[in-house]
Design a protein around this ligand. Structure first.
Ligand SMILES: Nc1nc2c(ncn2[C@@H]2O[C@H](COP(=O)(O)OP(=O)(O)OP(=O)(O)O)[C@@H](O)[C@H]2O)c(=O)[nH]1
Length: 426
């Protein structure tokens, strides 16, 4: 043993073994120290996590809910952003969001307070309201004409029927002559053919070159929007206020803004009535004190309409008797005063169809004072004398533009000769 320990290679082996042991022990100590520092860093990160969880993708731990993963294309939205229940992070393969200009919607006109029936097709919808007139034209007249060859007595009956229906002597004579001519020329034998001839003759009698459109839409004057101004005139109780309200509804339903002028200061209730109509569709009313100058109220209404840049100003005037000359003058004054601000685009004369020939007399007087541009024939639902339409138009040379077919808010229809005659004949 002494000999081995004295050998130099022995001490070399001892030194190498000791060096290896020292290296191994110090390596182990350093490795342990590193592991502890990594763990403590992870602990610090956990503490920084928000309270609700919220794992970071960089955290290296992916938590997935049980069940199937949500593929991107399953989401309701397509921009790759997370939906409720998705992973908080956007999947790498989802399409990139781009910058998008968002156009804010324009402010829309105030929605009508009530639902309003569309104006188109109202004549068809309301044709049943002409049932009284239909019994006269459809049954009476067609019954006679469809019976084949007519003798003189039968032609006399045709004439009488037209007169009773308020077509007046001149128009009745004209229509009977045309019917006689057409029926024999076309050798009409069946009731269907007779109906077709009657339809044609009546419709062409109602035709006019003049436009039936109500001029109630705004226009531009000197580069500025100008509201249309509509005057509604007529004798007491014909239905002026009601017609003004109904027309306001039609305009609002078509997206127009409307000011109603209560220039009927004669009857206090008329302004209240108009206010109720306006409130129902969200329109504005301009009214004066009871007994105020109607021209001043009409002026204020038009001024308000211009200032607020509305589309239409409808002015309800007082129901005045044509025998009172002063009151008729007043109507002329209303128009003149309003025209200091804006042109009056439409003067609607409201006539009550049930008053027959009296309505015609009123129409004549009104048209002498004021330039009537359109007729509104109301209460056609309550009369068998629908023939007044023919006469009024012929007498005045002014087109019937609207017809009132009931007391309901949407019972005002545009006048269309073909549809009207169709409803009359049933
Ligand atoms: N059946 C029916 N009634 C109507 C029609 N139009 C209006 N009326 C009714 O007729 C009556 C008179 O209507 P108003 O609008 O007040 O008449 P007005 O011409 O303004 O009357 P004043 O303000 O007195 O001049 C009311 O009861 C209306 O409901 C219609 O087409 N058919």
């Amino acid at each position: 043993m002494a000999a081995v320990s004295n050998a130099p290679w022995f001490w070399i082996v001892v030194v190498v073994v000791l060096a290896l042991v020292v290296a191994l022990v110090s390596g182990l100590i350093i490795a342990r120290k590193r592991r502890i520092s990594l763990d403590s860093k992870a602990a610090t990160e956990v503490e920084r996590k928000p309270k609700g969880g919220g794992y970071q993708t960089g955290g290296g731990i992916a938590l997935a809910p049980g069940g199937e993963a949500h593929p991107v294309e399953d989401r309701p939205e397509t921009d790759g952003q997370p939906a409720v229940g998705d992973d908080a992070a956007v999947p790498r393969d989802s399409p990139q969001r781009t910058v998008v200009d968002v156009v804010l919607p324009e402010a829309e006109p105030a929605a009508p307070v009530e639902e309003i029936e569309p104006a188109t097709g109202r004549m068809e919808r309301l044709r049943g309201r002409l049932s009284k007139s239909r019994s006269m034209f459809g049954q009476g007249l067609l019954g006679l004409l469809g019976a084949g060859d007519l003798d003189e007595d039968s032609w006399q009956e045709v004439e009488d029927t037209l007169l009773v229906a308020d077509l007046g002597a001149a128009l009745t004579g004209e229509i009977v002559a045309r019917l006689r001519d057409e029926l024999s020329r076309r050798a009409v034998r069946t009731s269907e053919d007779a109906r077709a001839v009657l339809h044609e003759v009546l419709t062409s009698t109602l035709s006019t070159e003049r436009d039936r459109a109500v001029r109630a839409l705004p226009h531009v004057v000197d580069g500025q929007k100008q509201p249309a101004v509509v005057l509604v005139a007529g004798v007491n109780g014909t239905g002026k206020t009601t017609t003004t309200g109904k027309l306001g509804r039609v305009l609002v339903a078509q997206g127009n803004t409307v000011v109603l002028g209560a220039a009927d200061t004669f009857r206090a209730a008329a302004a209240d009535q108009l206010q109720t109509w306006a409130e129902r569709v969200g329109a504005e009313v301009v009214r004066g004190k009871e007994g105020a100058d109607p021209a001043a109220v009409a002026f204020d209404a038009v001024k308000r309409g211009i200032d607020q840049s509305v589309d239409t100003v409808l002015i309800d005037t007082a129901g005045r008797l044509h025998t009172k000359t002063g009151l008729m003058d007043e109507l002329g004054k209303v128009k003149r005063v309003v025209e200091k601000l804006a042109k009056v685009d439409e003067v609607l004369l409201v006539l009550d169809a049930t008053t027959g020939q009296n309505g015609l007399m009123q129409a004549r007087v009104f048209s002498e004072v004021i330039d009537v541009t359109g007729i509104v024939l109301t209460k056609l639902d309550g009369t068998a004398k629908g023939g007044i339409v023919f006469q009024v138009q012929r007498e005045l040379g002014v087109p019937v533009k609207l017809v009132g077919l009931g007391e309901g808010p949407d019972d005002l229809a545009p006048f269309e000769p073909g549809a009207f005659v169709d409803a009359l004949l049933g």
